[in-house]
Write a protein that binds this ligand. Structure first.
Ligand SMILES: C/C=C/C(=O)SCCNC(=O)CCNC(=O)[C@H](O)C(C)(C)COP(=O)(O)OP(=O)(O)OC[C@H]1O[C@@H](n2cnc3c(N)ncnc32)[C@H](O)[C@@H]1OP(=O)(O)O
Length: 285
């Protein structure tokens, strides 16, 4: 169907999934976990280190969430030029720590559709639960921004969130993404050529392939978890952020955070001073 208000409430199906220890370790590597500091990251990147039990980065939840919240949505849409679609925002709320491997079920629906005139914004929500016990693991809320698809006369919806006062952003975390970061991240299952094919990226209006929003989100989530929760996935409650400019593989991510928990507001800039992620909020609890 076309993008308009009739999509609101649409169920996006129920997908039976599973993940293995290898999937969760590959995801950790794809969002930059180095394993260089055994205190913090070998738990995410190895399954057979003496005295270390493998654990899972909570943002791994976006993998199954995306299968329904993005993949399921796209199956509902007719004739959409996928090169016009960008990931607008992402939130993961963790209900219980993710196991290293599991059989799971993910279901989702469209929660909102906004008409921005020059663009359409679609919000979806998906819930991933254990296939055997039925207990919820994560709820994912994702926003997709479709350039050129607005103008059907729908509601404009909310604008940007209230920015956190710069003076409160008193901690800085920094990392540099790898030149092959997108090629590595696509091995987790997101093979959108926007992130790998130079010709496709140029056709979409970018000088070269851009990094997956989910990858930026995962890298930032990892840094915040390590800094504010000693790398303990059980302490993760939720993480959200809005992608406000593209990130290119090799870019720096400079995360400016309010150090006052349990709710840490944050923004992310690159080395060119562009704000690439706004309205960030990491909650421990
Ligand atoms: C499947 C895709 C996979 C990916 O991983 S793509 C890579 C990750 N995503 C990105 O790199 C996107 C980075 N963000 C951007 O490039 C830009 O940012 C946008 C193109 C998304 C929007 O920029 P602009 O066209 O200049 O829009 P505006 O004039 O700033 O805002 C127009 C309206 O749209 C709302 N809006 C802007 N950005 C977003 C967003 N990211 N998510 C949801 N809504 C957004 C605003 O608030 C406003 O609305 P109001 O006029 O009512 O205030």
């Amino acid at each position: 169907m076309p993008i308009n208000d009739e999509l609101i409430g649409r169920r996006l199906g129920v997908v039976e999934t599973s993940w293995t220890s290898r999937d969760t370790r590959l995801y950790a590597l794809a969002v930059g976990a180095s394993g260089a500091d055994p205190e913090q990251e070998l738990q995410f990147t190895t399954e057979n280190s003496a005295g270390i039990t493998q654990r899972v980065l909570p943002t791994f939840g976006v993998i199954d969430g995306g299968r329904v919240g993005v993949g399921g949505l796209l199956r509902e849409l007719d004739d959409v030029d996928l090169s016009r679609m960008l990931h607008g925002a992402q939130e993961v709320e963790q209900h219980q720590e993710l196991p290293a491997s599991a059989e799971a079920v993910t279901s989702g629906r469209v929660t909102a559709v906004w008409d921005k005139g020059k663009a359409a914004v679609i919000e979806t929500e998906s819930v991933t639960s254990d296939a055997v016990s039925g207990e919820r693991y994560v709820t994912c809320r994702q926003t997709l921004f479709f350039r050129g698809y607005g103008g059907w006369g729908g509601e404009r919806g909310p604008g940007a969130g209230t920015p956190v006062p710069e003076a409160e952003l008193d901690r800085t975390l920094k990392t540099t993404t790898r030149l092959d970061q997108a090629l590595l991240y696509r091995l987790t299952g997101d093979a959108n050529p926007l992130h790998s094919d130079p010709a496709y990226a140029r056709g979409a209006g970018f000088p070269r392939p851009i990094l997956h929003g989910m990858c930026v989100y995962g890298v930032v989530g990892r840094l915040l978890l390590n800094e504010f929760a000693d790398g303990d996935p059980a302490a993760f409650h939720s993480l959200r952020g809005r992608f406000s400019a593209p990130t290119y593989p090799g870019d720096d991510l400079v995360v400016s955070v309010s150090g006052r928990g349990p709710e840490h507001r944050f923004v992310v800039d690159n080395q060119r001073g562009e704000r690439i992620l706004s309205d960030g909020c990491f909650v421990i609890g």
